[in-house]
Design a protein around this ligand. Structure first.
Ligand SMILES: [Zn+2]
Length: 468
């Protein structure tokens, strides 16, 4: 088996990775703050993590992935207070949307989705440990802060010069209770708004609520132990979020918090070339309304390495859609074929090797996509010969399902399985037309078109057919 290599932000190099126990990769992926539906940029990160877990499984390992849901924070509390709601009433519908968006993009379920508000005791215990060790202190304002100059390794992930952090920081008025302007809040003393919105809990330091960094440390260690294999997030989380997670966790346990730190680059949605057609794609709902299929978005995201910035442009989406069409056509051709040629066995083996090696080499999705397309071109050439060799055909099917199973460009069994869902969407569209909500009915038509479904309205009703 080939080595699995992954870029580690901590070492700034591509290092060989094996799970600590040799079997299961324990990974923590920072999840959404459930205040608004997640932005497509967040979903680029979640897709990179989805591909990573699938690549781990392709390598033969199990995966134990934890993705937290941050369901208490300033913005959530502010909105709840404005609307006279509790934070739970604000976050519950957003959590629903997150999971439905995620499923639309065929992002696999993580093993656990812990919510911050369900883990307050673990967070309090972690702060107590830090207090006991003298790394945390309670300030005059009733909040508890982390003293960064009492953790020697502070700054090791982001490699920021901590002397600079400390001396360069100007003390703002809000910060007057802290010993050092850069100390961060572990536990925030409750304000009236927090109480009113049910965002306050008892603690040894009085009523209050956890800081964001604390949530991740406490939940990661609760589910994955003191040391996990891989911790992922967007590149914007390196500092301060991940730096602070390390300070809290390692400050408390004295052990390495995560063996690997992996960060996905940004999706740029404000590029100058942005045309009207994709100019307002901010969420998965926008994407669906514009008829951008999950397959096209996956292919688009995987066309660029996760450590490079990616521009959301109409041209790139068109190219991805065209690629998806080729993969879909090939899937149907493979399903319908009765035989192939003996040469397919070798072609399939080479494709599987090339795609796996690319994925195991710092998750090189564009190279893996290239291997898939090369395979399709070569296999189509063999199928054109109209052979009757069954082992060749079986090998091609097996390889296609292995590679596509990781990239998930064409959902397996889609042709049979999603007819019911299409009928349901058409029923929604009928209802929209009856209530003269033509914007909605157009949006549904566009969405289905994006998935390769052509709709015809006739005197006896609406019919549909698959056009790719
Ligand atoms: Zn986090």
């Amino acid at each position: 088996m080939s080595e699995f290599r992954l870029y580690n932000t901590m070492t700034r190099s591509v290092d060989a990775l094996t799970p600590e126990d040799g079997e299961t990769v324990r990974m923590y992926t920072c999840g959404p703050t459930v205040y608004n539906p997640a932005h497509v940029g967040n979903f680029r990160t979640f897709l990179f993590e989805d591909l990573l877990r699938r690549a781990f499984r392709l390598r033969g390992w199990n995966v134990d992935q934890v993705m937290n849901l941050t369901d208490v924070d300033d913005k959530i509390i502010k909105r709840a207070a404005e609307k006279g709601l509790t934070i739970g009433q604000v976050t519950e519908p957003v959590i629903e949307i997150f999971h439905s968006d995620r499923r639309y993009l065929r992002i696999e379920d993580a093993e656990t989705y812990p919510r911050a508000t369900d883990h307050i005791p673990e967070m309090v215990a972690l702060v107590e440990e830090l207090m006991k060790k003298g790394i945390a202190y309670k300030a005059e304002d009733g909040s508890v802060y982390y003293a960064i100059d009492r953790f020697a390794d502070y700054g090791k992930l982001s490699r920021l010069d901590t002397r600079e952090i400390k001396s360069g920081a100007r003390v703002s008025q809000d910060d007057y209770t802290k010993e050092n302007a850069q100390d961060f809040a572990l536990w925030k003393a409750a304000k009236e708004e927090d109480e009113k919105t049910e965002a306050a809990w008892d603690s040894p330091w009085g009523r209050g609520r956890p800081g964001w960094h604390l949530e991740c440390s406490a939940m990661a260690m609760r589910y994955l132990g003191h040391t996990m294999d891989v911790h992922c997030g967007g590149v914007d989380l390196v500092f301060p979020h991940h730096e602070d997670e390390i300070a809290q966790s390692e400050g408390a346990t004295g052990e390495t918090f995560s063996r690997f730190w992996c960060h996905g680059e940004f999706l740029l949605t404000d590029g100058s070339k942005m045309a009207k057609r994709v100019g307002n794609v901010a969420t998965v709902a926008d994407m669906r309304a514009q008829g951008i299929s999950a397959a096209a978005f996956r292919a688009f995201v995987f066309s660029t390495h996760y450590r490079k910035q990616l521009n959301l442009s109409p041209d790139a989406l068109d190219a991805a859609t065209e690629g998806v069409r080729r993969v879909g056509d090939f899937a149907e051709r493979l399903a319908a074929a009765r035989g192939g040629t003996p040469a397919l066995v070798q072609i399939a083996a080479e494709a599987e090797r090339d795609a796996s090696e690319a994925l195991f080499d710092d998750l090189n999705a564009p190279i893996a996509m290239g291997a898939l397309f090369t395979f399709i071109r070569r296999a189509n050439g063999e199928l054109d010969k109209g052979g009757s060799d069954v082992p060749g055909l079986e090998a091609a099917r097996h390889t296609f399902s292995r590679i596509n199973g990781v990239l998930d460009i064409v959902p397996e069994g889609e042709v049979v399985d999603d007819a019911d869902e299409i009928e349901a969407r058409l029923a929604e569209r009928r209802e929209a037309r009856q209530t003269r909500d033509f914007a909605r009915s157009d949006a549904i038509r566009k969405e289905l078109e994006g998935r390769g479904i052509e709709i015809k309205d006739g005197p006896t009703g609406t019919s549909w057919k698959r056009v790719r």
